[in-house]
Every structure is written in structure tokens, then in C-alpha cells.
Design a binder for this molecule. Structure first.
Ligand SMILES: C[S@@+](CC[C@H](N)C(=O)[O-])C[C@H]1O[C@@H](n2cnc3c(N)ncnc32)[C@H](O)[C@@H]1O
Length: 281
């Protein structure tokens, strides 16, 4: 797999993503707000950078990749493992054979899916080569190379044919998409009719007590731990801001509905700190 450096990545990511104009008019036809109407798209890791959100996100994950798994477990006290399991089990009844894990990162979801669902093939795509290389090492160590393949790939221009996958998973990825709806409609394109999308994403707790604790955690604990262990305070400030601006709950299922997904639903987990969203093609 060719590793992209920052400047070649910039070029690759700046190429028109399959016609933004076309999607904008689709949104109009569906009475959706255009993509740029979502504040979500404007939340970037670095305020003063000239790089696009996608380039910044890829750089940020390249930089924290070596600490990503550790910080996930540490900062969530291990609950993230249960969240991923709960999300993957949304696919149990469907029994998917071919699964795409979008924004696969270090392949935690792909690996857990292999164990829980025993599909025939899992492909993971991500824009950060740094994250993918840690993921590949984990897959090799577990001897899962014949089942799981990781590729550099963008959710907004997925390099697979229409109707290719029985299921698509995205854990903690959609919040980072540059154009949320574009990614979600590309995912729908590659899903087979009857196929299912499972999204796992952070959301904001509703209970006043949990809200207070969450505020302290997000503003003090996470950025400082992030700085200490990954030397990247910005990544954890971005985490907080991107969660705040993310269209969660009904707003997210409405986006799925408007894009033509069927039977969408949302299941909040752990006081609403995290949510599972599903939709079918
Ligand atoms: C928070 S990590 C989640 C990784 C993994 N899914 C997990 O559960 O730990 C977010 C990942 O999304 C990836 N990402 C962001 N935008 C993307 C896009 N447009 N296409 C593919 N991957 C993307 C980042 O590179 C990063 O690895």
C-alpha cells in the first residue's frame, strides 16, 4: 500500500470528490440542508490551518496513531470495548458475509467483528496510513490476514462498486468526515439492497449530573491526558468540539432517512455519552 506524505495526501484529498455539486443538488431535491449547512463540517482540529478538514484529520490521526489504542482504553476505562461490541451485535441477525468497516483506524471493529460474526470477508478503509499500519500489525499478530484487509480509502469516494457489501460499520468515524452526508450516501451506494449500516458515535449526555462530570472530563481530563500521552492536546480539544457540533440523535436518523435509508433507529449507550445509529438500504 502506497503511503501518502502530507503534500501528496493534500493533492489526493483536494481532487474533486466525485462531484460535490451533484450531491448538493440531490440534497436540494430531497429538501435536505446542503452539506455546508452543517456546522459539523466546519469543525477542524486546527483553526488556522489552510489544510482541509480531511487533511487535518488524517494528519492528526497519523500523529496520535502510536498511542491511539492505549488512550482509547485508558480514557474510556475500557467501556469503548463494550460500545463496539454492542454496535457490532446489531448485525448478528443479518449474518453479513461481506462487511466494510469505514474509518477503520487501528482495526478494532474489524477484528471484533471477525470474532463475533464470523463473516467471509472484512475490508477496512481509512484515510490515515499511520492508523492503518498499526491495524495491519494487529491483524497479522492475530493471523487474520486472510479475513481482514485494510486499505487506504476515503468514505466520500469509496472505491467499490454499487451493492458490494452486506453491512457497513463506522465507529467514531462519521464525526470526522469532511462532508457527512456525502460519506453516508457513498456508504449507501456500496451497501447491497437489504444491507445494514451501523454507526457508533459519541453524543452528549442529557442528565444534569452526568453532564457536569462529562464537562470536567472533556475539558480537563481528556485534553491533559491526551497532551501527556500523545503530546497532542489539540486532538482532544477537537474531540470535544466535534462532539458538541455533531448532529446527534434524531438529527442523525433524519439525515439517514433523507438519504433514503430505511428503518433507521438510534440507541443511546452509557447515559447518552455514546449512541448507535442504524439504517438499511
Ligand atoms: C476516532 S478514529 C476511529 C477508529 C476506529 N473505527 C475505532 O473504532 O477505533 C477515526 C478514524 O476516522 C478516520 N477518518 C476520518 N475521516 C475519514 C474519511 N473521510 N474516510 C475514511 N476514514 C476517515 C480517521 O483517519 C481515523 O482513523
Amino acid at each position: 500500500m502506497k503511503k501518502l506524505n502530507s503534500s501528496s495526501r493534500s493533492k489526493a484529498l483536494r481532487t474533486p470528490l466525485g462531484g460535490g455539486g451533484a450531491l448538493a443538488s440531490t440534497c436540494k431535491a430531497l429538501s435536505l440542508p446542503t452539506m455546508t449547512n452543517f456546522a459539523h463540517d466546519e469543525v477542524v482540529p486546527l483553526k488556522n490551518s489552510e489544510l482541509s478538514k480531511k487533511e487535518q484529520v488524517a494528519d492528526m490521526f497519523d500523529n496520535i496513531a502510536y498511542r491511539y489504542d492505549f488512550l482509547n482504553r485508558f480514557l474510556s476505562v475500557g467501556i469503548d470495548v463494550w460500545w463496539r461490541k454492542k454496535a457490532i451485535l446489531q448485525l448478528k441477525k443479518l449474518g453479513p458475509k461481506k462487511i466494510l468497516d469505514v474509518a477503520t483506524g487501528t482495526a478494532d471493529v474489524a477484528i471484533m467483528t471477525a470474532r463475533l460474526l464470523h463473516p467471509e470477508q472484512i475490508i477496512g478503509i481509512d484515510i490515515s496510513d499511520g492508523m492503518l499500519s498499526f491495524g495491519r500489525k494487529k491483524i497479522e499478530k492475530l493471523g487474520l490476514q486472510s479475513l481482514i484487509e485494510l486499505l487506504n480509502g476515503d468514505s466520500e469516494t469509496i472505491k467499490f462498486e454499487d451493492n458490494s457489501f452486506d453491512a457497513v460499520t463506522v465507529a467514531f468515524g462519521v464525526r470526522n468526515f469532511q462532508h457527512l452526508e456525502k460519506g453516508l450516501s457513498e456508504i449507501k451506494r456500496v451497501l447491497k439492497p437489504g444491507g445494514k449500516l451501523v454507526v457508533l458515535e459519541f453524543s452528549k449526555p442529557k442528565s444534569p449530573v452526568i453532564k457536569q462530570l462529562y464537562h470536567v472530563y472533556m475539558n480537563i481530563v481528556a485534553p491533559n491526558m491526551g497532551k501527556l500521552f500523545s503530546k497532542n492536546r489539540n486532538a482532544y480539544k477537537y474531540l470535544d468540539e466535534s462532539i458538541k457540533k455533531f448532529p446527534e440523535g434524531k438529527n442523525f436518523t433524519s439525515i439517514l432517512d433523507n438519504l433514503g435509508y430505511k428503518n433507521s433507529y438510534c440507541t443511546p449507550l452509557s447515559f447518552g455519552i455514546c449512541s448507535i445509529y442504524c439504517g438499511e438500504k
